[in-house]
Design a protein around this ligand. Sequence first.
Ligand SMILES: Cc1ncc(COP(=O)(O)O)c(C=O)c1O
Length: 388
Amino acid sequence: MKEFFLLDPKITYLNFGSFGACPQPVFEAYQKLQLQLEQSPVQFIVHSGMELLKSSRLRLASYLVCDPDSLVLMTNPSYAINTIAKSIPLAKGDEVLTTNLEYGAMDRTWNYYCEKSGAKYKKSNINFPIESVNSFLEDFWAGYNEKTKVVFISHITSSTGLILPVKEICEEAKRRGLCTVIDGAHAPGQLTLNIRELDADIYVGACHKWMMAPKGASFLYVKKKQQHWVDPLLISWGFKSDTPSHSTFLDYHETAGTRDFSAFLAVPYSIDFMSKHDWVKKRLLCQEKTLLWANKFQEFWNFQSIAPISKVFIGQMYSIPIETQDIGALKSALYDRFNIEVPVFMNEDQVFIRFSFQVFNSDEDMQRLFDAMKTLNEEGYFRIKTFV
Ligand SMILES: Cc1ncc(COP(=O)(O)O)c(C=O)c1O
């Protein structure tokens, strides 16, 4: 599949997780949409583009299996989570229960708004190595008490690359009467989603990561019964609209001033691209490769994996725990000396090298990472962390 991507061929690209990459046919469709916008700005922004936006939303809703009137396209997960955290009704003393594995920008967002309302953003400590789904759930719910009102959790974590048991969390949260906010930035395109079945109150996802849409395409889903308290992050023509639609939720959140929303309109092209190329089968093969290489790394370095190397916890990303004095130097050495794009991340005080395996990656790419890591380890750039 390499020929479909615009990535620099000199670079071994093992960081699909950060910003995805848009295949050429999807990118071309996106550029055509941008051209149409520039050729006829008024017609496009006011009329034809709006029609296309509606079809994009309907198409995405059917891909995600959710009510199309509860779904809005937004620029990025940050925008969507800010929308929620800013307006969620929290009183002084209320708690938002989360984990210590969340994405840093999301932690900051929740901390910011919780500080304003006097609520507490509380992290349950997830112990490494995670032994099983049950041990994870035990660690997570240990942070619960009668002040907990909201649960916020990633479907797939960022720096640790783990699939979390959000279905079980949503079920239990419902029993306890809590509102569930799922950060699914990495999920669409990496997992088969069925938002209706998952039954989260709020689900946020990126289309520009694993769905391969152009940058700036993401979504916010809010279940009907929760929509009444969700304020627009940006007040525009949709507030007290002169031409209200059947949904205040859509009116409020779909208008956001003048902007280039071509990336939103390109989403159906990325869905088409995936179905044309039998994506479910392809990504499952990538998952097999991820597991295979996770095992190879684990066996060679003899470290304790932070979670079982199985399809329950691992999708197309795997994080290797390391210790290093200088993350920047390690990252630069991997890129400058070995032409490998692979992230070195911190989660709390633990450092990880996280590799992503996408359709254009090969065993040779992984072997290159393996060899580079061996050399850099011998040169003292990092040590493997064992946890024992
Ligand atoms: C788990 C998770 N949540 C949220 C985000 C935020 O994405 P953005 O910065 O595009 O808003 C990311 C980005 O990588 C992420 O990994």
